[in-house]
Design a protein around this ligand. Structure first.
Ligand SMILES: Nc1ncnc2c1ncn2[C@@H]1O[C@H](COP(=O)(O)OP(=O)(O)OP(=O)(O)O)[C@@H](O)[C@H]1O
Length: 616
């Protein structure tokens, strides 16, 4: 079982929460929960730190904007208590100052708000850009073993749904959060200045508020972790169906897929319901506490005004401030909501970012000498700690320039041997050497230029046919691309495409057949000119002219290099210098095709006979 699969009830041993291991765990212990939160905070910090200066500027803007907006009620209090009585006595200057000041503060408020929103949008968009790029770069470098267990759907959900929820926190909530916190601080201070006893009545409301916030954080945190997991499952189901759409339609799997989707979709909805329910309870509690405080303040204030120990203007200002005190708390419920959702997303993303490639590049790489001799020295291999040994300990030497065909039943271990040569995995024990250098000591780039693997699917990237061939050597000129295509016999059909070499392979008219895709892959390999070619021959059979074309191309590509071919065709095996028959992870026969056939008793001879019979 890979790391991405690990699920269940609890995470126990020391480091088992690291990476994506805790993703599927619903009930985290407090200690693990705290570690995950610290990791998320670390990621957030690393995103904000390079933008500290501009973030401080945004903070300064929002502080000024709050000050401007807070001046309003004070000016109204001054107008009622001093401006209007003075105006009644014929002096309108105080009232004029108050009104002018109010208008000025309103203008400043708007301008500062606009500047803050623009700046914070810039910060948030850059943070997201940075995070998306970081995640993409990291995921691309993670080893095959991670991708095999984590699945592309989950990666997509990290890159889309999770990213969006972090974006929402920055875009919708940052100003609300600053406003709310600053309003609380400033208004709290103003209330204390205006009237201490009334301010203390308001502060008493904080006790239930803090309790409600703690409850909300716990409940919504749990609910949002569930929503992140659920949306990932919806996307996984979507991606899997779309990737396998041919198989889905061929096997009439639509209904089955729809019912799986329905279940995942419903659990996403339910997870969201519980998250929103928590918001509803929290927001309602905040409002209730706010209104209750207002009623109490109004009662106590009215009693004091009638008793003469408080001015009416002060009470007016107090109630105005109190409204402003609780309004942002409503927003704070939204912020807490976005925060819970975003921190669940941050937890998942930071988990992926914490995953380390299992196939590591050496710190001090050794250059690979020319030549393509391959050596397996006491190699043993299993896919993961808890899976069985696939290749029991073995030795194998392939001299430079030899073409070796691997044959054997399905699941015998042929691809595994090939993947070790291309260093998609490292052996569990022993070493694989190329020209005498352990692959673990070679730089990635060096290795990729010396060993090229052509896989069965002959994957084409979006772009033109020429772009796809040039992947083999990005610096190649058009002439070199065309001569590589010509050498493998692909020039004719490419030239006949609607835009020749510039035809987009994803567009109608640019779609290539299986045999044509194979020829493009050969041209790509020929252009790359590696010392070692690892080839997983496509299993689907081609028509006779197609097969002949591919066969001729193959012979061209194999010239002057070491080749390891997982062979599915007799014609391929027969051009090999050497055949290795693999059975249960062991090499049971090793010799030239002619010798093995001549011996007549072994697996290969039987396979050879069966092949001949099938062709007869
Ligand atoms: N990523 C993986 N994780 C765990 N086990 C794997 C993985 N890939 C292959 N195996 C197991 O390793 C064994 C050898 O598989 P391998 O793909 O090398 O066989 P093969 O000879 O290439 O088969 P085929 O001809 O069908 O491609 C099989 O038992 C398979 O189940």
């Amino acid at each position: 079982m890979g790391r991405g699969d690990r699920g269940g009830e609890g995470v126990s041993d020391e480091d088992s929460w690291r990476g994506v291991a805790a993703e599927e765990v619903n009930d985290l212990g407090t200690a693990v929960g705290a570690k995950l939160q610290a990791r998320s905070r670390g990621l957030l910090g690393s995103l904000i730190r390079p933008r500290l200066l501009v973030s401080s500027a945004a903070l300064a803007l929002v502080v000024l904007q709050n000050l401007a907006s807070l001046a309003g009620p004070l000016l109204i209090a001054a107008a009622i208590d001093r401006g209007i009585p003075a105006a009644i006595n014929g002096d309108t200057s105080v009232l004029a100052w108050c009104i002018g000041g109010y208008a000025a503060s309103a203008v400043a408020n708007s301008l500062l708000l606009m500047a803050f929103l623009r700046l914070s949008a810039r910060i948030s968009q850059n943070v997201l850009l940075d995070l998306r790029a970081r995640l993409f770069r990291h995921v691309q470098r993670l080893s095959l073993s991670f991708h095999e267990s984590y699945t592309s759907g989950k990666v997509i959900s990290r890159l889309t749904a999770d990213m969006e929820s972090i974006g929402k926190l920055f875009e919708d909530s940052l100003d609300n959060m600053f406003n709310a916190v600053l309003s609380l601080v400033f208004i709290g201070a103003l209330l204390l200045i205006l009237d201490v006893p009334l301010a203390l009545v308001v502060m008493a409301g904080f006790v239930p508020l803090v309790l409600a916030l703690r409850w909300f954080r716990r409940t919504s945190g749990r609910a949002y972790r569930r929503t992140r997991g659920a949306i990932a499952k919806v996307i996984v189901q979507f991606v899997e169906t779309m990737n396998g759409i041919r198989a889905v339609q061929a096997f009439r799997r639509e209904h089955r897929n729809e019912s799986i989707m329905e279940t995942e979709n419903a659990s996403y909805r339910d997870a969201n319901y519980s998250a929103i329910n928590a918001v509803a309870v929290f927001a309602a509690s905040v409002r209730f506490i706010g209104n209750l405080s207002l009623a109490i303040v109004l009662g106590v204030g009215a009693w004091r005004v009638t008793g003469g120990s408080m001015e009416l203007g002060v009470l007016t200002a107090f109630t105005l401030y109190l409204r402003r005190f609780y309004d942002p708390l409503d927003d704070l419920a939204q912020v807490a909501n976005s925060y819970a959702s975003a921190s669940a997303a941050l937890e998942k993303i930071s988990g992926v970012l914490e995953e380390k490639p299992t196939v590591l590049e050496p710190a001090n790489p050794k250059p690979l000498p020319p030549g393509g001799a391959i050596e397996f020295d006491q190699v043993e291999f299993r896919y993961s700690k808890d899976s069985p040994v696939v290749l029991p300990r073995f030795d194998l030497t392939i001299p430079a320039g030899q073409t070796v065909a691997l044959v054997g039943a399905t699941g015998a271990g042929k691809s595994t041997i090939a993947k070790l040569v291309a260093r998609f995995y490292d052996p569990t024990a022993g070493s694989v050497r190329l020209s005498g250098v352990d692959l673990r000591d070679a730089a990635d780039e060096d290795l990729r230029s010396k060993v090229v693997m052509v896989t069965q699917e002959n994957f084409l990237f979006s772009g033109s046919v020429a772009d796809n061939i040039a992947i083999g050597r990005p610096t190649a000129t058009r002439g070199e691309i065309e001569s590589a295509a010509a050498a493998v016999g692909a020039h004719e059909f490419i030239a006949a495409l609607p835009d020749g070499y510039d035809t987009d392979v994803r567009k109608r008219g640019g779609r290539l057949s299986a045999g044509q895709r194979q020829l493009v892959a050969f041209a790509r390999a020929l252009l790359a000119n590696p010392a070692v070619l690892v080839l997983d021959e496509a299993t689907s059979s081609l028509d006779v002219p197609g097969e002949r074309a591919v066969q001729a191309a193959l012979e061209t590509v194999l010239t002057d290099r070491t080749a390891l071919i997982i062979a599915h065709r007799l014609s391929t095996v027969l051009i090999a210098d050497r055949v290795l028959v693999v059975e249960g992870g062991r090499i049971v026969e090793d010799g030239s095709p002619a010798d093995l056939v001549a011996e007549g008793r072994g697996e290969f001879a039987a396979l050879h006979r069966a092949w001949l019979e099938s062709l007869a």
